[in-house]
Design a protein around this ligand. Structure first.
Ligand SMILES: *[C@@H]1O[C@H](CO)[C@@H](O)[C@H](O)[C@H]1NC(C)=O
Ligand SMILES: *[C@@H]1O[C@H](CO)[C@@H](O)[C@H](O)[C@H]1NC(C)=O
Length: 353
């Protein structure tokens, strides 16, 4: 049947990507086929010094978009203490909780934790006390993990970029933080994630990153003033466009008047520009969001072909981001519905001939 063919064409990403299994392919070296024993899968990354940046994490072979780079369980985890709004968690409270968990670790794990870098805020004096250092290490390196906060020593080695090539999510089910390639990564390339929201101009990003104790020199920050200005404009435009589209993301038009239809057509056209802008700026973290907007904007003008293509693109990104998330299910459902309408539209057209 036609619809089944279309559906399987568009939702083909689903079955293989949900199984978060380790890729088990073993490339056979042509030179030594006879005595070749397939080793356990090589780690996709190595940790080594990054020029001028301390340690960094690098791809040990080239990685396709969506490849899993790391899957790490928290070495320690705390429930966040109460915080007074806006002021973050009180460091002394955090330190006490971290200390308790730290005591339970093996000596090897403890030294792994103590090997992480930390950063003091301006005005804070250098810490000598081991407990205080522990608190600062936690503050510098920890991530939210569902309802708690966790420390992931391997992931903590990944540096920041304002145009990162990797992204992450927390899987409660697997009790792992997962890092995957959000763009194709070449062998030897440094792996980077973002520590901050990226739809900010460079000056604001730098300000936020100073809290982590460094000045960012990524490819988006370290370019000619004209290119920086261009990048800033793109990011600000993307930010505003995301906000402007927010009220227009339901599937039905308010009323089918000529003017609402005209407006919806205009929106569909600008949604395509938005996706292009996000891709030009290389902000893979926001591709899924942009693709969803394009899909829904085209569904609203009953352009089911484009709606299907973009919903499917969005779905493929969501599968990588977290196959089990509600957002992934939504994109699956949208693709399915759009494909059905597309099929109906084609049937109607044949009938009308
Ligand atoms: C990169 O990460 C290492 C290890 O965490 C750290 O020492 C270094 O300061 C980081 N550099 C940048 C620029 O993020
Ligand atoms: C197909 O035709 C029917 C009957 O005219 C109509 O109700 C329906 O909306 C059409 N579907 C599409 C997807 O155009």
């Amino acid at each position: 049947m036609f619809s089944k063919t279309l559906l399987s064409l568009f939702l083909s990403a689903f079955p293989y990507s949900t199984a978060l299994a380790h890729p088990s392919t073993c490339p056979l070296p042509l030179s030594s086929i006879l005595d070749y024993a397939c080793p356990s899968p090589p780690e996709p990354y190595i940790v080594k010094p990054s020029p001028g940046k301390g340690l960094g994490v690098f791809a040990s072979h080239s990685l396709e978009t969506g490849s899993i780079i790391m899957r790490e369980a928290p070495i320690l985890r705390i429930s966040p203490p109460d915080s007074t709004q806006g002021s973050g968690y009180p460091l002394s409270e955090v330190t006490k909780l971290v200390r308790q968990e730290f005591e339970r670790l093996s000596p090897a794990e403890q030294s792994e934790v103590l090997g992480l870098t930390y950063h003091t805020q301006p005005g804070e004096k250098e810490k000598e006390d081991k407990d205080e250092v522990l608190g600062l290490i936690f503050r510098t390196n920890a991530y939210n993990t569902g309802s708690s906060i966790g420390l992931f020593p391997k992931i903590a080695r990944i540096n920041h970029s304002c145009r990162p090539n990797a992204a992450y999510y927390w899987s409660e089910k697997l009790n792992r933080r997962i890092i995957y390639a959000s763009r194709p990564i070449l062998r030897g390339e440094e792996i980077s994630v973002s520590y901050i929201p990226l739809l900010l101009p460079r000056a604001e990003r730098q300000q936020r990153l100073h809290r982590y104790g460094f000045t960012c020199s990524c490819s988006a920050c370290d370019q000619q003033p004209r290119s920086v200005a261009l990048s800033d404009t793109r990011r600000t435009d993307i930010h505003h466009a995301f906000q402007a589209f927010q009220p227009h993301l339901s599937l039905s038009l308010p009323r089918k008047t000529a003017s609402s239809l005209r407006k919806a057509r205009k929106n569909a056209a600008s949604s395509l520009q938005l996706a292009e802008l996000v891709e030009q700026e290389g902000l893979a973290d926001y591709y899924a969001k942009a693709y969803r907007i394009v899909a829904i904007s085209h569904a609203r003008v009953e352009d089911w072909e484009r709606a299907t293509m973009w919903a499917n693109k969005g779905f493929e990104r969501k599968v990588m981001e977290d196959a089990g998330s509600a957002g992934t299910m939504e994109m699956f459902e949208l693709t399915r519905r759009f494909v059905e309408s597309w099929e109906e539209q084609l049937k109607n057209a044949t009938r009308g001939q």
